[in-house]
Design a protein around this ligand. Structure first.
Ligand SMILES: [Fe+2]
Ligand SMILES: [Fe+2]
Length: 479
């Protein structure tokens, strides 16, 4: 039941051949997807043979098979995790107003519009990130990194397939139209942009890419975890399998930044300096610049969780569409009526906490869970700096810093959480966020290094290769 049928035109483990109408609809969408990949997928990469993993089953062990494939031939398809309680009766809804009822296999009419909106919003981020990253191949710091970029890109493409399958199967004509629209919008395009702002920003360089995959793919993890709790079982099962792929994306980000730090620290020790100008002259990225990139990506990403108070968030939870992170592990009543949560606001020149109904604060709850998880990785980066004997600590900025959504939008707050005047902010923001000068410096380091086993000067090699291959393996064959 969990093995994947690769003899169909569209690989799947959902018995697609049994539903001819659905199969035909998806087969009609497929050429549109491939032509989107051709236009907006990784630039100039169509003929490369890339050492990619492909899902062979959705079981926890041994789901991936590795081999060189051309990306347009990647077997994108539809993979759902097996039903959670297979063999133990039906899955029950475990939060919200429908707590204790049987999970749904079809969309209840009254929740159709909201569910469609949730699926479309999630689906839109997947091709968006491929579009944002499409020029990075031209400046890859190594063949190993180039392969990781391409792996992420094909998997984001598959995540789009996952959402389009749900739209086609469960939302009829509206769903098919949404499927088309997902191929029409373009990241950063003025007249038809992607839905969420962070997915319209550029990913101009590899430092941004590693920060993006660490911070923004982790937003994906938390959104997917919340949807994996859904009362709508097909959504829960499809997001659960997407999460197994997301883990690799975050690994690329975390290990990428670790390697940048490691290279910078060795240069600091060799040159016995912490002077950013001397380190830049030596062609490595100074730690204060890394801190500014971190501040930027952290603050832009936490905006993705939405307004701190949201009646939509309350509705999505109460109606069972979207749970909390690790809903099943929490020891409360899973309905949250009459409970409260603290959110931040600026009042009289100070940051203050306000108690609001918990149900309305669920975006903030998810944001706080995300912050805990992402701060843990910053701690692991600090261990690399520590090990090199350098007295410097990276830190996540205050959650009120540089916010553009919710009650804190537009407030001037330092990374330490002090409320500032506009003048104070203008005088200091270049110390806290990447300046044009920082970005130009990072851009100046970007040059293509793709001989097997060679690495750009600003990043250390990884300790091990992919799938136990050596670091100097030919991960990408250029044809
Ligand atoms: Fe994704
Ligand atoms: Fe991802």
């Amino acid at each position: 039941m969990s093995s994947i049928n690769y003899s169909d035109k569209i690989p799947n483990n959902v018995n697609l051949a049994e539903d001819r109408t659905l199969q035909r609809a998806l087969e009609q969408w497929q050429p549109g997807f491939l032509s989107w990949w051709d236009d907006m997928g990784p630039d100039g990469s169509q003929k490369h043979d890339v050492y990619l993993r492909t899902a062979t089953s959705v079981d926890a062990d041994g789901w991936a098979q590795f081999g060189h494939v051309k990306m347009p031939d990647y077997r994108w398809g539809i993979f759902l995790s097996p039903a959670l309680n297979a063999g133990q009766g039906e899955r029950k809804i475990h939060f919200g107003d429908h707590l204790g009822e049987t999970a749904w296999n079809e969309v209840p009419g009254e929740y159709r519009a909201n569910l469609r909106r949730i699926i479309v919003t999630q689906g839109d981020t997947e091709p968006a990130s491929v579009e944002q990253q499409r020029h990075l191949g031209a400046t890859a710091p190594s063949m190993y990194d180039l392969r990781n970029l391409f792996q992420i890109n094909v998997e984001e493409g598959r995540h789009l397939w996952a959402m389009v399958y749900l739209l086609h199967k469960h939302f009829g004509r509206d769903g098919r139209e949404e499927g088309e629209a997902l191929l029409q919008r373009r990241s950063g395009q003025e007249d038809n942009p992607r839905i969420l702002q962070a997915f319209n920003e550029e990913t101009p360089d590899w430092l941004s890419f590693f920060m993006f995959t660490y911070f923004t793919d982790r937003d994906g993890k938390f959104q997917l975890c919340a949807l994996a709790e859904s009362a709508f079982d097909p959504l829960a099962r499809t997001t659960r399998f997407m999460l197994t792929e997301e883990a690799h994306h975050m690994f690329v980000g975390e290990s990428g930044i670790s390697r940048v730090i490691s290279r910078t620290c060795s240069a600091m020790n060799e040159l016995k300096t912490e002077d950013p100008a001397r380190l830049r002259a030596a062609g490595v990225i100074d730690l204060p610049t890394l801190q500014r990139y971190l501040n930027f990506h952290f603050s832009v990403t936490i905006d993705l969780f939405g307004s701190d108070e949201s009646s939509n968030a309350a509705t999505f939870y109460s109606t069972g569409l979207k749970g909390r992170y690790e809903e099943g592990k929490r020891m409360d009543d899973h309905q949250l009526r009459g409970q409260s949560y603290r959110v931040l606001a600026v009042q009289g020149g100070q940051l203050v906490e306000r108690e609001v109904p918990m149900l309305n604060a669920l975006n903030e709850v998810l944001r706080d869970d995300y912050i805990k998880d992402s701060v843990a990785g910053v701690g692991r980066w600090n261990k690399v700096i520590d090990k090199a004997g350098i007295p410097f600590k990276l830190s996540a900025p205050h959650k009120a810093f540089n916010r553009h959504i919710g009650a804190l939008a537009g407030a001037r707050i330092s990374p330490q959480g002090e409320v500032l005047s506009e003048t104070q902010w203008q005088a200091r923001h270049d110390d806290w966020l990447p300046s044009a000068n920082d970005r130009a410096f990072v851009a100046s380091l970007m040059g293509r290094v793709v001989e097997p086993g060679q690495f750009a000067n600003w990043i250390a090699p990884p300790p091990i290769g992919i799938n136990r291959q050596p670091v100097n393996f030919d991960y990408v064959r250029f044809n």
